[in-house]
Structure formats: structure tokens, C-alpha cells
Ligand binder design. Structure first.
Ligand code: NFE
Ligand code: MG
Length: 488
């Protein structure tokens, strides 16, 4: 029997999943990105610096990450290096953005898959915001809370109410985080101070103090609300350590190194074994995607759309590393890096008595994301204390320079590792290619017929409710899908 989710809600972009169900389990899955974007093509012929502004608009969820990745590719093209303050500020903006993106993912996008918000009807307290939500739920207006996919939701008010309260508080934390982003980014979303040579901000003690104070509040929220909420959900749904396994293949570019002690190391894990990263091993395959051409290195890639191509079923390309489908995300950075791998695995053992194999699961990914939010905010604090007010934050680029050459930017985003690549001739872009986290995770099959990482993770998933695919939905969401990004 073929069943589908289309569209998957609470994500950016248009994503469809079709599964073949046999004896109550998923046999095979196909994931389709359903809308062409064309950012790579529309950059051709433009001034290289336009790329940093335009690519930042690829997505409204991960709003800083493409700007920062592009600025790194452009710094390589122009052969410039930001001063220490400039590198620190880029790291701080990225870390702050990713931490609040993780909070948004868990509470506002994932939690409604686990908790029946109607439990708020039992609320007897005095908190005005919760009372407001109770009234809203009782009014039957909010589709999100009343018309749910059938499933095994948490309905016990004892468990549900604190989670719902944290869901509400998380909105305030997003706004708080955005106000810190605006201090160094000029505004949020879409920082307009980020340039190839650094960050154009006048660095003063009061700005550093303001951001630092917000980072402390976010750390408090992650420690006392976010991480405990994810742990609570994982304890309630222990079987999700066995659901959504996928390949044990991970890719990390390393990152957050401006303080001199990198938080993450570059590397790959293939079938559970770690190897050094070789960027030249990254190839994009379009056998089942709506584009023409053979599998090609990102350095030779192009984006020639061909809707309706025979055998194709997605606008997402299929990046492969030396032929392997690779998963990326907080879990890939954490498990590829020695120090964070040891610490995270010790945390999983302590809290749940599980190990490496169970880290590759729906719960494992959600826990890694919350764990990373804390790592990123603590890193942001270290980076803030390394800033030197009064010293330069930026070196400028001669925009009139008829630059020719190539530039590679390896960077990080909330959903995984992000690559931007530019080629220019006489001051005009001739090629621009992005290999984006959700492109790796949500890729379709490749020329060898190998399913993409999420397609693989869904195989074998239980389908326990006749109407709907709650288990499949939870697996997909543990990757924090962004179809806008994955197609770009
Ligand atoms: Ni549109 Fe994005 C992030 C990027 S996902 S969300 O994080 O890059 O691929
Ligand atoms: Mg691309």
C-alpha cells in the first residue's frame, strides 16, 4: 500500500514523502522536494558581492547562515582574511542564530508531533499566557492543536503542561536571541553587517555586555527548559532510539575556531568509522533529480532544470561523498569531533543507558540538537570575551576590482554543514554552487540507486495508525527539514 504526506507542514518549502507500507512497516520511501528555486542560476553574471546578499535570502528560517557561508567563499575569492574581531563576530552571529534555530525547531516545529496541546484544557493555574492558550484551545480555533494526525500523543496534563509552558516561553527566547543578533548584525533576520572581510560594526563594551547578558539568559533557558524538555520527551518515547536509524555516515566541516580552540573538527564517519575530510570527494548526482548532467564535483556543477525528466522525482540534488549518502546536522558535528563525541555519548549513557548505535535515531538527533545549543552558546561566551573593542573588525574589499578566480566557503548551519562555491571572471560571477545541509539529508536516490539519508532512515519504520504516518513524520522532523534550503 502506498501512503503519503504532502505537504509536510511546519517546515520551510514544499516536501512530499511517499512510502510503500507492508505488514505495518515502511518498505521503501521516496522524498520529493517540490518547488524549483534557481538561486544558483540567478547569480550568474552578477557582481560577486551580490552573492552574499542574495543567497542569504535562500531561507527565512536559517537566515544568517548563507550570508556567512557566502562571505567565506568571497573572502577566498578576493584572497583576504578578516581580522580576529571579524572572525569572532561571524562565529558569534552564527552560534547565536543556530542556538535559537534549535529552540524554534524543538518547541514550535517538533513538539506538536508529541504533545496534545489540548491537555491545556486541564490547566488550573493563574499564568495569563497559559490561560490565554487554554481559552484558545477550548474555542477549537487553532487547527494545529485540535485537528491532529492520529497518534500516541502525551495527554497527561502533569507531563504536557510544563512542556506547553516551555513552548510559550521559547517564543520570548527567540525574540531575545534576535535582539542580540541585531546588535552585531544590524538587524535580524538577515544580518547586513556581514562582509567577506569581517563584520562592519563599531565594537563597544556596551554592545558586548548586552549580547553577553542575553547569551547567559539563553544558556539558562537551554539548561533548565530546552534540554530537560527534550530529555522528557525522549524518556516518554524510548522506542524512538530504535526508530529512524539511517546510515551511520556523517559529514562535518569543523568550525567555530575563531577563539583558537575549535569547537568542531572536520571529518567524516562512514559505516561508523571516522576518516579525514576530503572536500574533493563531494559530488552531486542528479540521476533522480529534475536536472540534466552526469554526477559532478561541486566545482564543475551546474543547475540546468529539466522538470518531468524520466526517472526523476525531486528538485533536490543528491550530494554524495565518495559515493556515500551522508547525514549532516548537530549529530554529525558532535559525533565526528572527538571531545564532543565522548561527552555526548557519556550524556546518552547517563540519561538513557544507550550508546553510539542509538545516537542514530529520532531521539538521538533531537537530543544532539539541544546538546549543541548549549555548546554553541558557551562557545559564543568564550568568543565574546576574546573580542577587542577599539580594534578593527573588518578589512575592505575593492569592489571595483575585476576579480577572476574561485572561492570556497565551508561553513555550518543549524541543519548541518554548508558549502558555497564561487567562480568569477573579470568581476562577474560565472558559477555559483551551494551544497546545503538539507540537500544532503533529503536527497533522492543516486545513479547507483542508493536512497538518500532520510529515505533510508524511514525504511523499516512502524506504521501503527491507520490514518496518517505519525512515526514517519517524527523521523523526518528529527532532521529539521528545510526544503527551501535543500533546493535553493
Ligand atoms: Ni532553510 Fe538551512 C539551515 C541551510 S538547511 S534551513 O540550517 O543551509 O539545509
Ligand atoms: Mg546546489
Amino acid at each position: 500500500m502506498i501512503k503519503k504526506i504532502s505537504p509536510l507542514t511546519r517546515i520551510e518549502g514544499h516536501l512530499k514523502v511517499e512510502v510503500e507500507v507492508e505488514k505495518g512497516r515502511v518498505k521503501t520511501a521516496r522524498i520529493s522536494g517540490e518547488m524549483y528555486r534557481g538561486f544558483e542560476n540567478l547569480l550568474i553574471g552578477r557582481h560577486p558581492l551580490d552573492a552574499q546578499r542574495i543567497t542569504q535570502r535562500v531561507c527565512g528560517v536559517c537566515h544568517e547562515v548563507h550570508g556567512i557561508a557566502s562571505s567565506k567563499a568571497l573572502a577566498d575569492l578576493y584572497n583576504i582574511e578578516p581580522p580576529p574581531n571579524g572572525k569572532l563576530l561571524k562565529d558569534i552571529i552564527l552560534a547565536l542564530h543556530m542556538a535559537i534555530d534549535h529552540i524554534l525547531h524543538f518547541f514550535h516545529l517538533a513538539l506538536p508531533d508529541y504533545v496534545d496541546f489540548a491537555a491545556i484544557a486541564a490547566y488550573r493555574g493563574k499564568d495569563p499566557t497559559l490561560l490565554n492558550l487554554k481559552e484558545w484551545v477550548l474555542s477549537q480555533r487553532p487547527y494545529l492543536f485540535t485537528k491532529k494526525v492520529p497518534g500516541d500523543y502525551i495527554t497527561d496534563p502533569q507531563v504536557a503542561l510544563p512542556l506547553v509552558a516551555n513552548y510559550i516561553e521559547a517564543f520570548d527566547k527567540l525574540s531575545l536571541g534576535a535582539s542580540a543578533l541585531a546588535v552585531f548584525g544590524g538587524k535580524a533576520p538577515f544580518a547586513h553587517t556581514v562582509f567577506p572581510g569581517g563584520v562592519s560594526v563599531e565594537l563597544t563594551m556596551d554592545k558586548i555586555a548586552k549580547v553577553s547578558q542575553i547569551v547567559d539568559q539563553l544558556i539558562e533557558f537551554v539548561k533548565t527548559k530546552y534540554l530537560p524538555s527534550v530529555i522528557e520527551v525522549a524518556k516518554h518515547y524510548r522506542e524512538y532510539f530504535k526508530i529512524g536509524h539511517g546510515y551511520m555516515n556523517l559529514i562535518s566541516y569543523g568550525g567555530f575556531s575563531a577563539t583558537g580552540t575549535p569547537l568542531y573538527e572536520p571529518g567524516v564517519m562512514i559505516n561508523g568509522k571516522i576518516h579525514p575530510l576530503d572536500v574533493n570527494g563531494i559530488v552531486e548526482d542528479v540521476a533522480h533529480s529534475y536536472y540534466d548532467g552526469p554526477p559532478r564535483s561541486f566545482k564543475e556543477g551546474e543547475t540546468k532544470p529539466h522538470f518531468g525528466k524520466k526517472g526523476a522525482y525531486s528538485w533536490v540534488k543528491a550530494p554524495r561523498y565518495k559515493g556515500h549518502p551522508m547525514e549532516t546536522g548537530p549529530i554529525s558535528r558532535i559525533l565526528v569531533t572527538g571531545r564532543t563525541r565522548r561527552e555526548f555519548l557519556a550524556f546518552l549513557k547517563r540519561e538513557f543507558g544507550v550508546g553510539m548505535k542509538e545516537a542514530f535515531s529520532t531521539n538521538g538527533r533531537n537530543l544532539a540538537r539541544a546538546y549543541e545549543a548549549l555548546l554553541l552558546l558557551e562557545y559564543a561566551n568564550r568568543a565574546l570575551s576574546n573580542l577587542k573593542p577599539g580594534e578593527s573588525t573588518i578589512v575592505t574589499v575593492d569592489v571595483g576590482l575585476p576579480v577572476s578566480g574561485r572561492g570556497l566557503g565551508l561553513s555550518n548551519a543549524a541543519r548541518g554543514e554548508l558549502l558555497h562555491y564561487i567562480e568569477a571572471e573579470n568581476g562577474r560571477i560565472t558559477r555559483y554552487q551551494m551544497v546545503v545541509p538539507s540537500t544532503w539529508n533529503f536527497s533522492p536516490r543516486d545513479s547507483a540507486g542508493k536512497p538518500g539519508p532520510v529515505e533510508k532512515a524511514i525504511e523499516g519504520a512502524p506504521v501503527r495508525f491507520k490514518e496518517g504516518l505519525i512515526e514517519v513524520g517524527r523521523i523526518i522532523r528529527s532532521y529539521d527539514p528545510c526544503t527551501a534550503c535543500s533546493i535553493h
